[in-house]
Design a protein around this ligand. Structure first.
Ligand code: EPZ
Length: 418
């Protein structure tokens, strides 16, 4: 069983390159299906979720091969339109393939993606949007059978700005005759990246980054060479690591415009942050201060994916900070593990109050989910003594090599295989 051994108490000093964005490459890999051509994806992070997506593409008859961080995908030939239950279960966000397979094949079969550590992960908005486009969706018996011999462009209004539903419907709409408009669309930067990829493949997609996205379907698409945007949550993680341990770090390739709500809170707490076209510099000295309540919200609000890692960075602040998790039902699972390290956190429903303590101590802790696991590493950097972080397979889903990256920043961290 792999684990991370972290010896905390030392300030960080160093520079790290920011990996490609997990939540951008996953929908882009699904979009590759729609192009029916050869795609060269550069800056691709080597992640468990990316490997799972590649296996889904290969299961559909596509080919894929790696050249360091470049992934070459060939979707010219496909042999089916069904994704096996085993592959669907490997990655919760496999639902993102539904729209792409439908656009390519006119039908699709996937098993219902289960919930995950964060709580139930419904896809009712995905399915109602596909039905709006004319697809027949039978979701009985745990397997989704979708057929749409002819998808017609329509206006779709999402009741929630769901990231996955927005992406799924953008891809389905590429196969629809006419114009599809998605209202109340999610505005995340990863959706803009998906639009930019589709545009590079000859699609006509407009409005990503705003609440209304338009797609002109049934255009002849082709392959392209595309560089994936940097991962804003990985960047937020390493900023929070510096806030937690103190020190001066530079995130090469980090784009502050994608995580301005996170840097605003870190500045309020007392960090000095500067950024330019090359990256983000962060300097944290002395004890940070508590800040106004941190409420997670759809982009451009505070990202739910940064909630756990910011909480971990604020465990020794002067004063108390209130967190409100409004996106997922069960996203405080890291709190019990942080408490083992001496944190003082009180949770009530969607609210968690973090009361700053004078010191933290290393302890054996267990990852509960992807970002909760990263939070344990952030906290361990500020803890006296040694912390052993177990179940790090969760972290490997979203970070290419968190130990390598934190070592670049001067952390004392090793990965052991036992
Ligand atoms: C994406 O998940 C990200 N995953 C998540 O990142 C991220 O936390 C989330 O967006 C919010 O920003 C990927 O991009 C692969 P949603 P997604 O649909 O698409 C409810 C990480 O750590 N909802 O925007 O699943 C849903 O239950 C991961 O990198 C419905 O009710 O998020 C949730 O409460 C974790 N019905 C809220 O909307 C639906 O049909 C936001 O979900 C769809 C969603």
């Amino acid at each position: 069983m792999s684990q991370l051994i972290i010896r905390g108490g030392r300030r960080l000093e160093g520079e790290v390159g920011i990996q490609g964005a997990k939540n951008s490459i996953l929908p882009i890999l699904a979009a590759a299906l729609v192009t029916a051509d050869q795609i060269e994806l550069r800056g691709c992070p080597r992640l468990r979720d990316v490997d799972a997506s590649v296996r889904i593409l290969q299961g559909l008859g596509c080919t894929a091969c790696w050249e360091k961080n470049t992934l070459l995908v060939d979707t010219r030939e496909i042999s089916g339109c069904a994704v096996s239950d085993r592959l669907c279960r490997e990655m919760r966000s496999s639902a993102i393939f539904l729209g792409a397979i439908l656009a390519r094949c006119g039908q699709a079969e996937l098993s219902y993606p289960g919930g995950c550590e964060l709580g139930p992960r419904p896809i009712d908005l995905h399915l109602s949007g596909l039905r709006d486009l004319g697809a027949e969706v039978d979701d009985t018996g745990g397997v989704l059978h979708c057929s749409a011999p002819r998808i017609e462009g329509r206006e779709i209004v999402l009741s929630l700005p769901s990231v996955g539903a927005t992406e799924n419907l953008m891809l389905a709409a590429c196969g629809a005759a006419g114009i599809t408009t998605i209202a109340n669309a999610a505005r995340e930067p990863e959706i803009v990246d998906l639009q930019n990829f589709l545009t590079a493949c000859g699609a006509r997609v407009f409005g990503a980054g705003t609440s209304t996205i338009s797609i002109e379907g049934r255009r002849p698409l082709h392959g392209c060479t595309y560089t994936v945007m940097p991962d804003r949550i990985a960047a937020a993680t390493y900023l929070c690591a510096a806030a937690s341990a103190g020190g001066t770090v530079f995130l090469r390739g980090g784009r502050e415009e994608y995580l301005s709500t996170v840097t605003a809170v870190l500045r309020e707490a007392g960090c000095s942050i500067l950024s330019d076209g090359n990256g983000i510099a962060c300097c944290c000295k002395g004890r940070l201060s508590a800040v106004r309540p941190v409420r997670t919200a759809p982009y451009p609000g505070f990202p739910t994916d940064a909630q756990a890692i910011l909480m971990a960075a604020f465990l020794k602040n002067r004063g108390a900070t209130v967190f409100e998790e409004n996106m997922f039902e069960n996203r405080y699972r890291h709190v019990d593990e942080l408490t083992r390290m001496g944190a003082d956190i009180r949770v009530s429903g969607r609210t968690a109050v973090v009361c700053g303590v004078k010191s933290l101590h290393g302890a054996p802790v267990c990852c509960t989910d992807l970002r909760g696991g990263a939070a344990l590493c952030v906290a361990a950097l500020a803890a006296e003594g040694e912390t052993a972080v177990r179940e790090i397979c969760h972290i490997d889903r979203g970070y290419e090599d968190i130990a390598r990256d934190l070592r670049f920043l001067g952390a004392d961290i090793v990965r052991t295989e036992s």
